[in-house]
Design a protein around this ligand. Sequence first.
Ligand SMILES: [Zn+2]
Length: 458
Amino acid sequence: MANSVMKIRTIWVSLTSVQSALPLTLLMMLLMALLMTSVTLNAQAASVDGVRMWAGPDSTRLVFDISGPIDHSVFMLRSPNRVVLDLKNVRLTQSFRGLEFNKSLLSGLRSAKRNGKDLRLVLDLKTNVQPKSFLLKPTKQYGHRLVIDLQSLSVKPVAKVAHTVTKAPKGAPRDVIIAIDAGHGGDDPGASGQRGTREKVVVLAIARELEKLIKKEPGMTPLMIRTGDYYLGLRKRMQKARENQADLFISIHADAFRNGRASGASVYVLSSGGASSEAARWLAESENSSDLIGGVSLDNKDDLLRSVLLDLSQNATIAASLDVGGHVLKELRGIGKVHKKRVEQASFVVLKSPDIPSILVETGYISNKREERNLRNKHYQRKLATAMLKGVRSYFAQNAPPGTRLAMRGNQNHVIRSGETLSGIAQRYSVTQLALRSANSLRNSRLRIGQILRIPVL
Ligand SMILES: [Zn+2]
């Protein structure tokens, strides 16, 4: 509608400029014709031109591509459960064939015409859900969209199991929980490389490598924040980490930069005062924009944000984040170039947990040809994950939370006596030399008499 109004205004301007050369009656006739065209333009229906779907473990998102803003209403019908979407003055130009409902909360999607010009969409459901809908304006790669989020209301046993795994019996030492957050997902692909590599895909692959490594690491348990190709709101990610009492939150990204030559990994922690450099600011904006794509109507936003802002432990958490970030950056330096030598600070929403040390690792620039190739490479993905694990390991060797298995072992110290070697001590405590070196930040196996070695967890 706005378009046709604009057009008329443009033509009116050009008409007034030739007004003197035209008889007034002719001008009036032209204007009438124009106004009539605009009426038919306004009456023209918007269209639904496509649909995309992403399914998470307990939520499903449907995104309808529409030709322009529309009026719509949503309601639930029971037995059987279904969500009904009424779209005013809208027609359907695409069929919904080819949608895969397998892992979603839907069993089908139907459409019907109503009142000759309206469109009704019926989402047949496998379970009871809470629907939420909102319109999105065009962004980078998409036009107008109508988004339907379905949140399952039935508690899945899967979620329960995942939760109890993280809880040790009272009094027994527990594992340190590492939350691994693969950035973006679903209808938010993140950055793209020149070969079409998508950030959401490579970061999930790296996250899965890290998950595997942490699973094998004594005293640590991984918690995957996103387990597939679907979008999770930034605050939902924090929330999941909090609900599972994570001890550390690592968000993994691989972003683009205006300059295709920018390269190297970076580590970010939350800044209280916003971005600390121009690049950091730019990144902060593009990261946070995904919350706009994903969570326009998140109900819990304000409460959590308020609590985040109020929490006085934030400063201590930032200090801890800087510490763990430093360890990770040091390890990343070991596998290649880093973008900045120091841990950077930016105001990424996902890092705002007031009490969980959180870091965001930019594994590389997907906009850089060479790094795009690396990021697609399984071997390189594993290298990145290994560097992150080593950083996390050496951080916890010095900062194990009380009550954890790491803390129990970490309290065990060994004072070096004459003639002792690293390999001998490793053997004695049944740990690897690498673990000893990492726990004590040793560059080589040289020891001095009187030196105190922290013995890491088995
Ligand atoms: Zn990203």
